[in-house]
Write a protein that binds this ligand. Structure first.
Ligand code: RM4
Ligand code: MN
Ligand code: MN
Length: 428
């Protein structure tokens, strides 16, 4: 696949109109005291990691409908991630899942990624499923299990992930557990949390230098009545109790409907414990839909908090890590991931053009109408020319989905890879 050529010829036909639109937007923004070139640079510098498991089709608990040409191995998953990165230019980081992506030779995997301009961004452990041949079951929990031997096995799995993080140069290790209860009375809430925290401390003790530990809360599912790490407050408490390099990770789909997630973001940033994000969108639960597809205004409000927190240096914490965590049930995953990455850049640029001085003045004056108008003014500005120009300047596609469709990449993969079935089916 000659991507540079495909991208160049598509861009050549779209550039005249893009330049006209970019010029117009630049004059419009200049009237508001905003320099478009600065925005284009920020858009080019934006980064979000893609999940290796996201390039295969997802499914629901009812069914999964595979498409032809899905990746069968970690190397093929990386090939698909490379396509996304070439088209949108903001996704060089790949997040991997163990055991789904367990490499036989970590050095070989690292070299494979590096030769494609990619790297492992973070490792994700999996103690929410039983692995073939595993001694003890996670049916009733893992890090918070009532039996010490099960907890030990889950800790060991995470320590294996940390060794891999070290070998692959990953900057973070993320822990999400399925632990919790399906029925009232099943789990002793306080004791389960204590056991979880003990396990977390044992994992933290093995954290390599330069690596951060992220803990991901979730309000429900697979446990349907209660979860052990259920909300951001519990997550903040556990991160704080575990250590300086342990942070809370926010997955947008892991909250009850209507929860004010932008406020959670502000709180965690203020407390210096915002580690990172799993971006996706949802209507009802952990739907794992494409970022910005259902609630784009919420996504903008989240980025509004992020841009604001950045000005206050994240409460002393390192810059948060951004990742997409989606399940693509009815779309080609490459198209969904390209689109989602672009939606994040859009929300970021929208947040950058908020007139912060005016917003603060409106807040100080208790002028609710003016404050909302300032946010809406940024949100309703069509910044697409900035995003498209940033992609073009970075060597990417002005219109990534069109280039991808014209390439017939998936048809080519269907011929070489066939109809794959992926282990670890389920919600992802
Ligand atoms: C969970 C959670 C985790 C992801 C798994 C596959 O709901 O979002 O981050 O690793 O799904
Ligand atoms: Mn997640
Ligand atoms: Mn999830």
């Amino acid at each position: 696949m000659d991507w540079p050529d495909l991208i160049a010829s598509s861009n050549a036909s779209l550039l005249p109109v893009l330049e006209e639109d970019y010029g117009h937007l630049s004059r419009q923004l200049a009237r508001r005291g905003v320099d478009i070139e600065g925005l284009a640079e920020r858009a080019m510098a934006f980064r979000v990691a893609v999940p290796s498991w996201g390039v295969g089709t997802g499914g629901t608990r009812f069914a999964r409908f595979p498409i032809g040409g899905e990746p069968r191995t970690i190397f093929e998953r990386i090939d698909d991630c490379e396509v996304i990165s070439r088209l949108v230019r903001v996704t060089p980081g790949v997040s991997i899942h163990i055991p789904w992506d367990r490499p036989e030779h970590p050095a070989q995997l690292r070299a494979y990624l590096e030769s494609r301009g990619l790297f492992v961004d973070s490792i994700n452990s999996n103690t929410f499923q039983d692995e073939a041949g595993q001694a003890l079951s996670y049916k009733f929990g893992s890090l918070s299990h009532t039996e010490a031997a099960v907890r030990r096995q889950a800790v060991e799995h995470n320590l294996e992930c940390l060794a891999l993080a070290d070998a692959l140069g990953a900057a973070a290790h993320s822990v999400w557990i399925g632990d919790g209860g399906n029925f009232p009375g099943q789990v002793h809430f306080r004791r389960a949390l204590d056991r979880y925290l003990d396990s977390l401390r044992a994992i933290y003790a093995g954290l390599p230098a330069g690596c951060r530990l992220f803990i991901e809360h979730k309000v429900y599912e697979p446990a349907l009545y209660s979860t052990v790490l259920n909300d951001w407050g519990t997550s903040y408490y556990c991160a704080r109790e575990t250590g300086e390099r342990c942070f809370s990770l926010v997955d947008l789909g892991h909250h009850a409907p209507n929860v004010n997630i932008e406020m959670i973001v502000a709180r965690l940033a203020q407390l210096g414990k915002l580690g990172g994000f799993h971006f996706n969108d949802s209507k009802y639960g952990d739907d794992d839909l494409d970022a910005g597809s259902i609630k784009p205004f919420q996504l903008f409000l989240i980025f509004n908090e992020l841009v604001d927190a950045e000005r206050d240096h994240w409460g002393g914490a390192p810059v948060p890590a951004y990742m997409l965590d989606q399940s693509h049930n009815v779309t080609d995953p490459i198209e969904s991931l390209c689109t989602s990455a672009m939606e994040l850049v859009r929300a970021y640029v929208h947040a950058l053009i908020v007139d912060r001085a005016a917003l603060e003045a409106a807040q100080d004056a208790n002028d609710a109408v003016a404050a909302l108008q300032l946010l809406k003014r940024a949100f309703t500005t069509d910044v697409e020319p900035i995003l498209a120009m940033a992609r073009h300047r970075a060597g990417g596609a002005v219109d990534p989905v069109s280039v991808y469709r014209a390439s017939a990449y998936r048809r080519h993969c269907a011929a070489t890879r066939g109809m794959a079935t992926r282990p670890g089916a389920g919600i992802v």
